[in-house]
Design a protein around this ligand. Structure first.
Ligand code: PLP
Length: 480
């Protein structure tokens, strides 16, 4: 008797083709859908059975629920009218890379558990380093570097955590007073820094928020003063995080001026270029990598602005041994001759989890399909659209652009005040025709914190027509 298969039969070919069709249709029609999900809390759950089915259901029923329940509960990040937070763009080749990764279902924790998964990732990180003009110290030995290398993390937050743990271990090897460690970042730096430090056992009280200048960039002199004061107090400065493209306003910390302070105090310098870093693919924006040759680690997110779907953070270290020393634990069941030969990378030692997906596929497919030139065009289009929107705002006295406007982000406030700015953001989002977001930052001329609206331009399908429509919507929505 033939044994029963553990799962019911599934016509993967037919349903798979239909799902690809559905995705292709979705990407085309996303711009017609209200950008921000209009559902009330609890609505999605209420549409579904509260307990799982005992017997398998027809696939048609599952497919129907995507349109009935899931789509209304989505905020459409793939709509070209999505301008909130940061881009999370994607493209066909990247989606197929993700699909292939799921289909292959390999675990790339060790080189030996799937050599292609590791070696393609190392090569992609070398490709990307070359595309962004990053220094040789971040490349693998095979890619022209020596001690360093790159790894794909799920997020910039994970990259931050790995950098924090590597920095902590490196410092503890010199000075074992773990309870006295102190880290530094600007008051504009991302919340993932505090979270990572907390996970790494360093309380928020040991994260010093360094004051910023009128462009919201970290003041190097203040960093030096704070580090020296902490040293005199017997504390142990060990990490400085520079934001190159802060989330709120794309502020740029002066990496080249922070680096000597870090060097003088043997502190790890991590550069968080999550949003802005990929712009370096265009020679005219390569300033975002300034000082990278002085950093211990550097990260950027192809999953934000390089058409590679989430999750794909590119994280490089100048000294891979420091990272591996911090994160490697070798149990008996993972021992193998390739690891013992010392000739291979085991990426489990470069990240927090053991298991890892074959993420390099989506990067490989995207880069091969678009080429450097195609990806440069993507970035240049968005930067030009952002400039055109900012120019229109500058010509209208009701809008105040937060300068310097950089890359694909336009931050502005209304001359009518904070409440008017917040009301505008709410009204635009309620309209369903576009989605923008807001923040609160110190503003010129008096340094007072004010409500600021953010238009983040980076969706793959966004064109001049969408920016025209947004500009009209903003003006039509202005409070009287
Ligand atoms: C500057 C910066 N750093 C870190 C992050 C966190 O990114 P992720 O979601 O990849 O952890 C963001 C996301 O907005 C960011 O803008």
């Amino acid at each position: 008797m033939k044994p029963e298969p553990p799962l019911p039969p599934f016509d993967f070919r037919r349903h798979g083709h239909a799902m690809v069709d559905w995705i292709a249709d979705y990407l085309e029609r996303a711009e017609q859908l209200p950008v921000e999900s209009q559902v009330e809390p609890g609505w999605v759950r209420a549409q579904l059975p509260q307990s799982p089915p005992t017997h398998g259901e027809s696939w048609d029923a599952v497919q129907r629920d995507i349109d009935r329940v899931i789509v209304p509960g989505l905020t459409h990040w793939q709509s070209p009218n999505f301008f909130a937070y940061f881009p999370a763009n994607t493209c066909g080749p990247s989606i197929l890379g993700e699909l292939l990764s799921a289909g292959l279902g390999v675990q790339g924790m060790l080189w030996s558990t799937s050599p292609a998964c590791t070696e393609l990732e190392t090569l992609m990180m070398d490709w990307l380093a070359e595309m962004l003009g990053l220094p040789a110290r971040f490349r693998s030995p095979e890619g022209g570097g020596s001690q360093g290398g790159g790894v794909i993390q799920d997020t910039a937050s994970s990259a931050m955590l790995c950098a924090a743990v590597a920095a902590r271990e490196r410092m503890l090897a010199r000075d074992p007073r773990a309870g006295l460690l102190v880290a530094y970042a600007s008051s504009q730096a991302h919340s993932s820094i505090e979270k990572s430090l907390r996970i790494a056992g360093i309380p928020a009280s040991r994260l010093r928020l360094v004051p910023v200048d009128e462009h919201l960039a970290m003041r190097a002199d203040d960093l030096r003063t704070m580090v020296e004061r902490d040293r005199q107090a017997g504390l142990v400065p060990f990490l400085c995080v520079a934001a190159v493209g802060s989330t709120s306003t794309m502020a740029i910390d002066p990496v080249t001026r922070l680096a000597p302070i870090c060097r003088d105090h043997a502190m790890w310098l991590h550069v968080d270029a999550a949003m802005a870093g990929v712009a370096a693919i265009c020679p005219e924006h390569r300033w975002v990598t300034e000082g990278a040759e002085l950093a211990d680690s550097w990260c950027t997110n192809p999953h934000k602005w390089l058409a590679v779907n989430f999750d794909c953070d590119a994280f490089w270290v100048a000294d891979r041994a420091a990272l591996v020393r911090a994160l490697s634990v070798l149990p008996e069941y993972l021992r193998n001759s390739a690891t013992e030969s010392g000739k291979v990378i085991d990426y489990r030692d470069w990240q927090v989890p053991l298991g890892r997906r074959f993420r390099a596929l989506k990067l490989w497919f995207t880069i091969r399909h678009a080429g450097i030139e195609g990806l440069q065009r993507l970035v240049r289009t968005h930067v030009a659209l952002a400039q055109s929107l900012a120019d229109r705002m500058r010509a209208d006295p009701r809008f105040i652009v937060i300068d310097p406007q950089r890359l694909g982000l336009v931050c502005f406030r209304l001359a009518a005040g904070c409440e008017a700015t917040s009301a505008l953001v709410r009204a635009v989002n309620r309209s369903g025709r576009a989605m923008i977001s807001s923040t609160r930052v110190p503003t010129t001329p008096d340094g007072k914190e004010r409500q600021v609206a953010r238009v983040s331009i980076g969706q793959t399908r966004c064109t001049a027509a969408h920016i025209d429509a947004l500009w009209n919507l903003l003006r039509d929505t202005l409070p009287p």
